[in-house]
Design a protein around this ligand. Structure first.
Ligand SMILES: *[C@@H]1O[C@H](CO)[C@@H](O)[C@H](O)[C@H]1NC(C)=O
Length: 271
């Protein structure tokens, strides 16, 4: 029974692998193992978007187009390796603008530029080179991906023309560094040390020393003394009126006006 299950599982796994291998995805320059490490790293950042589709329409009065873009997967199986298609809304004519098997990718601090090259050749413009689509992905921490729009088409150059698009995504944002300042790190460390001291000391006093009640606090006598000392200090510094006449003052007065004064004033008494 167990063997049969394992066998079925292995077969499913193998099938899955075959299906996945057949599914076309972004292919960078070079054979597997000889691709640019940098490009692979940036491509990996875009992985959450793989397979997502985007669409944008433009209508400038005389030309009406829809552009369909898919991240690292074919837009339609009818167009081999097509990653970005242009569809003429008037006559349904489809042009492959860029292909995923000719992917180029670079990144900066707050952007990733994904280029699909190897599109259909221009009829007359740009030296009849192959079309290419450039998707400029810019950092927007509020969205995984949105705002796909056509920036424009450049086809007045002799060569190196392009269709340029924009897309907002948080994947293009710089990796978030921890926002902890030196001060907060210090405070957290201090609080942890205090917590460990109190809990550890408490357990020690209770379990090892066998203390009860308030005595369970570590170094209870010391902290009590310290507390009293601090309270005295506060009393001395902050109190505006003396609580009672200082004993020392009375003492000094009594000493000085002791018997001597009594003797001196004797004659003033009526009797
Ligand atoms: C990409 O795929 C297209 C269509 O399948 C093919 O004609 C082209 O040669 C391929 N390009 C590269 C760079 O492999």
């Amino acid at each position: 029974m167990f063997l049969a299950h394992s066998c079925l599982y292995a077969m499913l796994l193998a099938l899955g692998t075959i299906v996945m291998a057949n599914e076309k995805k972004c292919d960078l320059v070079g054979e597997v193992g000889h691709e640019s490490v940098k490009e692979l790293a940036v491509l990996k950042r875009l992985e959450p978007l793989f397979g997502q589709s985007f669409e944008t329409s433009v209508d400038d009065g005389k030309e009406k187009y829809t552009y369909k873009f898919r991240v690292c997967q074919e837009v339609s199986s009818n167009y081999s390796n097509a990653g970005l298609l242009q569809i003429d809304k008037q006559n349904e004519h489809v042009v492959v603008v860029g292909r995923i098997n000719d992917t180029h990718i670079i990144s900066g601090s707050e952007w990733i530029m994904l280029t699909y090259m190897g599109g259909e050749n221009y009829d007359s413009h740009c030296g009849r080179e192959r079309r290419r689509a450039i998707v400029m992905i810019t950092c927007n921490s509020k969205t995984l991906a949105s705002g796909f729009t056509l920036l424009g088409e450049e086809r007045e150059k002799e060569k190196e023309c392009s269709y340029t698009f924009e897309l907002d995504s948080k994947l293009a944002c710089p990796p978030e560094d921890s926002h902890l300042s030196v001060g907060s790190v210090f405070l957290i460390t201090f609080a942890s040390v205090v917590a460990v001291y109190i809990i550890g000391g408490f357990l020690y006093q209770r379990l090892v020393v066998g203390a009860k009640g308030m005595e369970q606090f570590p170094h209870f006598i010391f902290w009590q003394d310290l507390g009293n000392l601090v309270a005295d200090g506060c009393d001395f510094v902050c109190r505006s009126k003396p609580r009672n006449v200082p004993a020392a003052y009375r003492g000094v007065g009594d000493d000085q006006l002791g018997e001597e004064s009594e003797e001196r004033d004797d004659h003033l008494l009526p009797m």
